[in-house]
Design a protein around this ligand. Structure first.
Ligand code: VG1
Ligand code: CO
Length: 543
């Protein structure tokens, strides 16, 4: 087997976004496209000769092909060992777990997360560092710079590896180890949570449904919930990973997890409903006729984490992405722990977690996680909820209402305007930016503006700065509107508008979120002139 050096030329636009490089499959299938990006990753790293690379993905269309290419390139570039999930499968949190557990040099995750999969849909790739988390911006910037000047890549001239047989094979001088995708991850979960208490709860008749949405968490959820925790067979629905996720959007929200939502709002709703996304890092939590917003979930888990054995010593601090509601801040304040506000994307939590400044992190986009790995983790959040339910012996709705009664309720909603023309969306953001300096102190819709800025973040650990991370308009009564453009899409632009309002009075905690936020929603369209700038009167997705 020989190493081939193949001449190539750069592709435009190989710039990692919020979470890696995401493009249509047809873009990835162009000759040399994937190879250029992978070589650019390797060219941006130092000191990996003889070391271990973890490789796996969410099983979507093109996953297997990409895994084969990456393995041959890793061998040609001098890695000593590759650990790859059987069938090319590893959830995003499992990649993070395996990297950490086996002190790997890093890992490559193949996923476009919640975006649809299939020949005409999306694919993605990202690099994770030795701590297990997404590469920080200085690495992703270096990778992008490299893609613009690449002239050759190295690949082993060899046949395909058998991805379906567990155990070791050789690929040139590299050992390829096909691993059980679930084993390390499930073992870690057993260390963190009180499996005996959760098992006893299931034995006592507790019922749940977990919707894997035909994505990567099916095998993980079956092993952990049904095999290890004794939940009845059928608890996991849509548990077979499919290359096109059954044609759906594997996005755990009230719109896309419709089947689960119907069960949870139906006449015989089980005690807990949960769902995860394409690559297993997102989660949605539902009780009977009850929806827990991701922002509330982070706040509730922060307040209750000590009930799980892995967090018995308490929470060091909590971090949330900027657009996530400030519900968790109120818990942190009461607990006397630090609260951090970071830009959108899990890579910004890495330093805080590594430095021990925070234990829990969360994003409004159905992402919750902790220092157990360096990715958000869908099943982890579900197990944390199960542990809290088992310890408190209360239902989801009771816990949610008690939380609001103690800390106040933050009404919260995200409005996405999808499929916008890129230039029009940029123009809307620029016009907003131009208005900011004049807004402070003015009154809008009866509320006084307390803060109007374009969020910039200085990492408290390494001092790195990220600018232009979203426009924040905060009001004196605690209400807030945030605007940013999505960094994960593959076609057109998506404007995300995040709207929240704080309500301390328990007598006003019931009621529909859209109604409770109606005046702010109206204001959000007016301030940015959404109809005028992008020609839309209403969002396409509301979460
Ligand atoms: C979205 C979410 C963000 C999340 C990112 C990756 O990014 O808003 O909170 O970190 O997806 O999640 P954006 O730039 O489109 O708003 V995942 O599960 O797609 O890896
Ligand atoms: Co995801």
């Amino acid at each position: 087997m020989s190493v081939k050096t193949v001449a190539t030329t750069p592709f435009d636009g190989q710039k990692p976004g919020t979470s890696g490089l995401r493009k249509k499959v047809s873009v990835f299938r162009q000759p040399n496209y994937l190879e250029n990006f992978v070589q650019s990753i390797f060219d941006s790293l130092e000191g990996f000769a003889g070391k271990t690379l973890v490789v796996g993905g969410d099983g979507r269309f093109y996953n297997r092909t990409a895994v084969q290419t990456i393995l041959k390139m890793a061998a040609a570039n001098g890695f000593g060992r590759a650990k790859v999930g059987q069938g090319g499968i590893l959830s995003t949190p499992a990649v993070s777990c395996v990297i950490r557990e086996h002190q790997a040099f890093g890992g490559i995750v193949l996923s476009a997360s919640h975006n649809p999969g299939g020949p005409d849909e999306d694919f993605g790739i990202k690099y994770n560092v030795s701590a297990g988390g997404p590469a920080p911006e200085k690495v992703t910037n270096a990778i992008h710079a490299r893609t613009q000047e690449i002239s050759a890549y190295r690949i082993l001239d060899a046949g395909d590896v058998d991805l379906d047989v567990p155990g070791e094979q050789t690929l040139g001088d590299m050992v390829v180890e096909v691993i059980d995708p679930v084993a390390d991850y499930a073992a870690l979960m057993e260390k963190l949570f009180d499996f005996d208490a959760i098992r006893a709860m299931f034995q006592g008749g507790f019922r749940m449904r977990f919707d894997a949405m035909h994505a990567v968490t099916g095998p993980y959820a079956r092993e952990i919930l049904e095999n290890r925790l004794g939940a009845p067979a059928g608890t996991v629905m849509n548990g077979e990973p499919l290359e096109d996720f059954g044609g759906g959007h594997p996005d755990p929200n009230l719109v896309h997890a419709k089947e689960l939502v119907e069960i949870m709002y139906g006449p015989d709703a089980p005690d807990l409903g949960a769902a995860s996304d394409g690559d297993g890092d997102r989660n949605m939590i539902l009780g009977p006729h009850t929806y827990v917003t991701p922002s509330d979930s982070l706040a509730i888990l922060t307040a209750n984490a000590h009930l799980a054995p892995g967090y018995a010593k308490g929470v060091a601090g909590v971090a949330r992405s900027m657009p996530t509601s400030r519900a968790a801040d109120r818990v942190a304040e009461k607990m006397g722990i630090a609260a951090y506000e970071t830009p959108t994307g899990w890579k910004f939590f890495g330093n805080l977690l590594d430095a021990g400044k925070v234990t829990l992190c969360g994003e409004e986009s159905f992402g919750t996680g902790s220092d157990h790995v360096r990715e958000k983790d869908g099943l982890w959040a579900v197990l944390m909820w199960l542990n809290v339910l088992a310890a408190r012996k209360e239902g989801v709705a009771d816990i949610l209402r008690a939380h609001w009664a103690e800390y106040g309720r933050t009404f919260y909603s995200r409005h996405d305007y999808e499929g916008l023309e890129g230039a029009a969306a940029e123009d809307l953001m620029n016009a907003l930016r131009g208005k900011l300096s004049g807004l402070s102190g003015t009154t809008l819709g009866g509320r006084t503006v307390a803060l109007a800025d374009d969020f910039a973040y200085t990492d408290p650990v390494d001092g790195s700065v990220a600018e232009k991370q979203g426009i924040r308009i905060g009001f004196e009564d605690g209400a807030r509107i945030v605007y940013r453009l999505s960094g994960t899409g593959t076609a057109g632009a998506t404007l995300r508008v995040y709207i929240e309002r704080y309500e301390p009075d328990p007598a006003k905690h019931e009621g529909d979120t859209q109604e409770a936020l109606a005046d702010l929603i109206g204001l959000s369209k007016e301030i940015a002139d959404i109809p005028g700038k992008v020609g839309r009167d209403a969002p396409t997705v509301i979460t």
